[in-house]
Design a protein around this ligand. Structure first.
Ligand code: PAF
Length: 277
């Protein structure tokens, strides 16, 4: 694989006439990321993986400071998967933001619910960096994990609003053996916290079983109550939403897919997850 540290190097390595599959990441890569990379390799002639911890999407400076960074390990693992011609793009901040990015996006209700409500400005920052990276990398396809379901919806809205001709592909969540959704933030969990967090997926799975037995409100209430029984877990939100608009549903009888989306505080760490009903 090639390592491009700036746009000039990226352009030299990527050449022309390639069908580029792009996997944007913030590093600290795990099996969830590697699944995106493998899909990109299968579907396209050149894969570009970016590693850039984007400051504009962090609404909490401590979160940005503590975000795990493991560049050596990331490159080692990527080298085992990527082909000779594929590229890892590791720009520094000046390369992406030569001047402060003041663009604001109107994602409608999408950045006001769930993650948007709890992390003001987060999705605007995601929009800024993703649109910049799309402009630089010029992919035909871009791959995003379904763990960040709302981010996926925001990115789809972004390409639609800005008329960017890129196909956005969502890739299913990868889980640890005990059900915990893979996330770079998992490595920040203490030992006791790590032992508790599988309760999140367990409760989500139970919620899907209760569909049809209980009302939507009852399932929501029971799930939150079950997780909050743990001394170490605190549910920030659990919303049962329709697949298209990610808006809360009132009853099960709707024509689209249904997802349960959750954010849980575990000490100072915040985990998100979701499940299809
Ligand atoms: O999902 C992430 O890791 C980030 O939000 C992304 C898409 C790489 C943008 O910084």
């Amino acid at each position: 694989m090639k390592i491009a540290k700036n746009i000039k190097e990226l352009n030299i390595y990527s050449g022309t006439n390639q069908v580029i599959g792009f996997v944007p990441t913030m590093g600290s890569l795990h099996e969830g990321h590697f699944l995106l990379v493998k899909e990109a390799i299968l579907e396209t002639s050149l894969t570009v993986v970016s590693i850039f911890v984007n400051p504009t999407q962090f609404n909490d400076s401590n979160d940005l400071k503590n975000y795990p960074r493991n560049i050596e390990n990331d490159l080692f693992r990527l080298n085992l998967i990527l082909r000779e011609k594929d590229i890892v793009f590791i720009p520094d901040e000046k390369e992406i933001y030569p001047k402060p990015d003041t663009r604001t996006y109107n994602f409608g209700h999408l950045d006001k619910i769930m993650e948007g409500r709890n992390r003001p400005g987060h999705f605007n920052g995601v929009g800024q960096v993703v649109s910049k990276l799309f402009q630089i990398v010029k992919p035909s396809y871009a791959f995003f994990g379904e763990k960040d379901l709302q981010q996926l919806a925001v990115v789809r809205k972004l390409v639609q609003m800005l008329k960017i001709p890129i196909i956005i592909i969502g890739i299913p969540i990868v889980r640890e053996a005990d059900g915990l959704a893979m996330s770079s933030r998992n490595q920040l969990l203490g030992k006791n916290e790590r032992a508790e967090v599988p309760k999140i997926f367990k409760a989500l799975t139970e919620a899907t079983r209760l569909k049809g037995i209980n009302t939507v409100d009852e399932v929501r209430y029971k799930t939150i109550k079950e997780i909050n029984k743990s001394q170490l877990l605190f549910v920030e939100y659990f919303e049962i939403v329709d697949e298209i608009n990610l808006l809360p549903i009132k009853n099960w009888d709707i024509n689209t897919g249904i997802f349960g989306c959750i954010a849980v505080k575990v000490g100072k760490i915040r985990l998100i997850d979701n499940i299809r009903f």
